[in-house]
Ligand binder design. Structure first.
Ligand code: NDP
Ligand SMILES: O=C(O)C1=N[C@H](C(=O)O)C[C@H](O)C1
Length: 277
């Protein structure tokens, strides 16, 4: 660790993703973990390293004091610019990002559930503050590749639906990844799924949620799942299915570390891992 190391705060440190990020940051030679924030009552004061399952303590206690931590890292002028990684909850992520930018700490955000209006507002705020901010709906390289394949396929198929499948602790639906995938296809400039018949939903929601440009998203929540997505294209006589499966949350860590390194170079908001690869 040197003064050139990137100071990192993890918000949501006691959660499923937060614990993975603790391990990843602790093993990155160019980063130092300076703070571990979590509102969960049962973990206050515990050592972040021990909570994440490391054999040695990191001497970084879990605390719920976000603003004092932002102020402390912002005040460490001899260090590189600070970064806060956010894997918390859709209800708090907007305020977390605004607070971090106000202190000049760069947010790297994995938490989903932000509305397009909130993302626009945050982009304006980051631009005015000349502060880097990354909002990444999915940090896995496999999902970026799936989305690129889907963009290619969408040039040749007019019919497509998305199925996303997640563990049943997930707060938001549809997933941030499915929404982003639909947005990327919608940017191709065509309307998908022209109606073939007049449909009636006998049970509301049977046909899933209607995202941009006629693309439907179906959300499955079950114990035993982690994070999975299918993009299914159909045409007369053929089906083309793209599928990504997460079997371990460590798959997100190369993307998280890349985003932390990128965040200190940026002066505005970037949305999507594909923009920094
Ligand atoms: N972009 C990506 O690649 C990925 C994104 N995600 C997203 O990340 C988010 C977190 O996922 P996951 O780790 O599975 O969720 P968890 O519920 O396991 O972890 C979230 C943690 O944050 C805590 N928390 C909640 N609110 C706050 C707050 N305001 N301030 C600080 N801590 C808070 C929770 O405490 P408590 O339990 O007490 O509420 C919990 O410990 C979700 O939005 C998920 O969709 C997940 C995986 C990959
Ligand atoms: O909650 C999760 O687990 C995940 N959330 C993100 C999303 O909503 O897309 C990313 C990944 O699917 C895992």
């Amino acid at each position: 660790m040197t003064n050139q190391s990137i100071p990192v705060i993890i918000n949501g440190a006691a959660g499923k993703m937060g614990r993975e990020v603790i391990k990843a940051v602790a093993s990155a030679p160019d980063m130092m973990l300076m703070g571990a924030i979590d509102t969960s009552g049962e973990h206050q004061g515990k050592d972040a390293g021990e909570l994440a399952g490391l054999s040695e303590a990191l001497e970084v206690p879990i605390t719920n004091q976000l603003e004092p931590m932002l102020g402390y890292v912002a005040g460490e002028r001899q260090l590189a610019p600070g970064v806060i990684v956010d894997f918390t909850h859709p209800d708090s992520v907007y305020d977390n990002i605004r607070s971090a930018i106000a202190y000049g700490i760069r947010p790297v955000v994995g938490t989903t559930g932000l509305s397009p209006e909130q993302i626009k507002d945050l982009a304006d705020f980051a631009e005015k503050a000349s502060t880097g901010c990354l909002i990444i709906p999915n940090f896995s390289i496999g999902m970026v590749l799936l989305q690129q394949a889907a963009i290619t396929a969408s040039q040749y198929f007019d019919h497509v639906e998305i199925i996303e499948l997640h563990h049943n602790q997930k707060a938001d639906a549809p997933s941030g990844t499915a929404i982003q995938t639909a947005q990327l296809l919608a940017e191709m400039g065509k309307t998908f799924n022209p109606p073939q018949v007049e449909e009636t939903e006998k049970i509301p929601g049977a046909r899933g949620s209607l995202a941009e440009e006629g693309i439907r998203i179906h959300s499955v929540r079950l114990p035993g799942l982690i994070a999975h997505q299918e993009v299914i294209f159909g045409a007369p006589g053929q089906i083309y299915t793209l599928r990504h499966d997460t079997s371990d949350r460590s798959c997100y860590m190369p993307g998280v570390l890349l985003a932390i390194r990128k965040a200190i170079q940026l002066k505005s908001l970037v949305y999507g891992l594909e923009k920094i690869l």
